[in-house]
Design a protein around this ligand. Structure first.
Ligand code: GTP
Ligand code: SPV
Ligand code: MN
Length: 601
């Protein structure tokens, strides 16, 4: 079998940034003894190191060169066709008891799992280089910030983490030399990229992650879903903060009043797009800025929730990204970006479904095969991704590095629902908002392996990311609410409702500003709304739809409640809660009864 990650031998001064914390050194020694790499490369995240690793990656075909004029300092990576998305069925939470992992996680016994993984890792890095990556999640001066180390045998992981996290010296400084300091241990090995030996395992009580057999984003960039969400949520409950699958955006009125909102949509349901929204012409003078596009860490300060983005870059969905749908993303990925699983054109540029302009007459598809517009196969994989530093984003919020975070005025939940769920509505209060989050559902997407388009409950968009018992997670939300004297208002949105002809009823993208504006109006106490059984709904005149090409029938369909659909929906809430086997807090069960009563059910 072809060696997937042959060793590299750096010149002097590269790959020798050995940290001094003894706990880290002992752990690296332990893993090296087990995996037996050819050599150890201590990463510092420097420009020189990066250039060296890019050159080596080009030589070994881990990266493919692009046209320097079209996409400066950017590269294409192709993952194995068997390895293109998160694998929820092979993702485990290994708490001492099954009950701690709860009904929504795959649980495995920690001792047995460590033993199994040790066998898989034994000698796994023979002939390969073992990279040790120190990284920091969160702004340099935030109390929420965490340090992690990732050991990996993948250069793609090193190059990506340099974009996605604050890597190198800054992390070592934050950690210091105290051997008992809190830090995350992450071990990754490609092994032979075989789906039968692919496991993403979390040991929350040890602050440890071990991932083997994959080379794809969310499975191997251990900073992201593994640390910032699964381990993060576990730590957050213990330490009384929140780790959420949320974008964070700033929205400023022409008068200069600014609010921040956080929004939880499931994977591939619009977070990056919403976080980079450009208001339409009609909203001249309004400005939307990005704090983060995927993950929010929030803490309580003076009775309010404050959020930071733990990440330093965006790992975003490529297909559908265009100057029409998301100009800020297009500008962000125009340079210094790693692309994964998109198509390569004959002139060294990139192509994907939904990009501006005409498709090329010929390209090489994401698998490396010839492609023409007549091909049945897609040019880019539906879950193809860009990895780009957040500093590339023209709409980056000036307070993104602020350690205390930004105050959150509203929390928005949302999913992909063809029917039932209106464009937007507001929860009656915090606990009702927790109910909205706990019962939200979405049609599945290509971000995870498996069927696409199937409606599934995805509480707070955290179903694949909550690192402990979902019942305790709901309770944590309720407990946080009790400590807030000035809680964010909570909303639910659905950009994806369809007409009977299966067409989206709502324009989406920049036009979502109209919904955001109503949300801000509600926060400021000025927006109108109608009381309904599901929450506060905007009347057709409460939303500013001026200069939008939409008829009143579509508006009625977007904002309407269909009694039969809601009867089914409420039954599905009950079925979901029942399926969790008695862990759902009483308060949420009560809210369901109230909702049913509102529909005379
Ligand atoms: P993850 O990175 O997987 O967490 O995804 P995400 O939530 O950031 O989703 P993203 O913004 O990347 O959007 C995913 C897909 O939904 C893309 O193909 C977008 O073009 C599409 N999309 C985003 N916003 C809208 C919208 O408002 N309306 C419609 N119809 N599609 C949208
Ligand atoms: C998601 O699936 O929600 C992502 C992409 O943000 S990944 O990092 O692969 O999880
Ligand atoms: Mn995500």
């Amino acid at each position: 079998m072809k060696n997937l990650a042959p060793a590299i031998f750096p010149p002097k001064g590269i790959g020798d940034a050995k940290p001094s914390n003894k706990a880290v050194l002992d752990w690296v020694h332990e893993i090296a003894t087990l995996a037996q790499p050819e050599n150890i490369f201590w990463c510092d995240g420097s420009e020189r190191e990066n250039e060296f690793l890019i050159a080596e990656s080009l030589k070994q075909n881990v990266l493919i060169e692009l046209n320097e004029k079209k996409v400066p300092r950017s590269y294409l990576h192709r993952s194995s066709p068997n390895d293109v998305a998160r694998v929820e069925q092979f993702t485990f939470v290994c708490t001492p008891t099954k009950q701690e992992a709860g009904p929504t996680n795959n649980w495995a016994d920690p001792a047995e799992t460590y033993a199994k993984l040790r066998e898989l890792l034994r000698g796994a890095m023979r002939g390969r280089t073992m990279f040790v990556i120190p990284y920091m999640m969160g702004p340099a001066d935030s109390p929420l910030t965490k340090v992690g180390f990732e050991i990996t045998d993948s250069k793609y992981v090193v190059l990506s983490l340099r974009i996605m996290t604050r890597m190198g010296e800054i992390a070592l400084k934050r950690l210091g030399n105290d051997p008992s300091a809190e830090w995350n241990r992450g071990v990754h090995s490609l092994l032979d990229v075989n789906p039968e030996r692919r496991f993403i395992c979390h040991f929350p009580q040890d602050n440890t992650i071990i991932s083997v057999g994959s080379g794809y984003g969310g499975n191997v960039l251990l900073s992201k879903k593994c640390l910032a969400l699964r381990i993060g949520s576990y730590l957050a409950r213990k330490q009384n903060w929140m780790a959420e699958h949320m974008l964070i955006l700033g929205v400023e009125s022409p008068e200069g009043r600014k609010h921040y909102v956080a929004a939880a949509f499931p994977s591939a349901c619009g977070k990056t797009n919403f976080a980079m929204l450009i208001p339409p012409e009609h909203f001249k003078g309004w400005k939307v800025t990005t704090i983060g596009d995927d993950i929010a860490w929030m803490q309580i300060r003076n009775g309010r929730l404050y959020a930071v983005n733990p990440e330093n870059g965006y790992f975003g969905v490529v297909p559908g990204t265009s100057y029409k749908s998301n100009p800020n993303a297009m500008r962000s990925i125009a340079h210094d970006t790693i692309y994964t699983n998109v198509a390569l054109t004959d002139d060294g540029d990139l192509w994907w479904e939904g990009k501006d302009g005409e498709p090329p007459a010929h390209a090489i598809d994401w698998r490396g095969n010839d492609w023409t517009p007549q091909s049945v196969e897609k040019a880019a994989h539906p879950n193809s991704r860009f990895t780009t530093p957040m500093c590339n984003n023209p709409a980056l919020d000036p307070d993104v590095e602020k350690g205390e975070g930004v105050p959150i005025s509203a929390i928005i939940f949302g999913g992909r629902r063809s029917d039932t769920v209106p464009l937007v509505y507001q929860a009656f209060d915090w606990n009702h908002g927790v109910y909205l989050g706990a019962t939200m559902a979405s049609e599945t997407t290509a971000a995870a392996a498996g069927a696409v388009g199937r409606v599934r409950r995805d509480p707070m968009a955290m179903l694949p990311f909550c690192g402990y018992n979902i019942g305790d997670y709901f309770q944590h939300w309720l407990d946080i609410g009790k400590q807030l004297t000035n809680p964010p208002l909570i909303f639910n949105v659905n950009w994806f409702r369809k007409s009977s002809e299966e067409k989206f009823l709502w324009h989406g993208f920049g036009e979502n500003m109209r919904v955001l504006k109503w949300i801000i109006d509600r926060c400021e106490g000025t927006g109108g709304a109608l009381n309904s059984p599901i929450g506060w709904l905007p009347g057709p005149h409460d939303l500013d739809l001026a200069e939008l090409d939409i008829d009143h029938i579509a508006v009625d369909q977007l904002l309407g409640l269909d009694h039969e659909e809601w009867e089914k929906e409420i039954a599905a809430h009950k079925e979901f809660f029942d399926s969790l086997g008695g862990v759902v807090p009483e308060e949420l069960l009560k809210r369901r009864e109230q909702l049913a009563a509102g529909f005379d059910l």
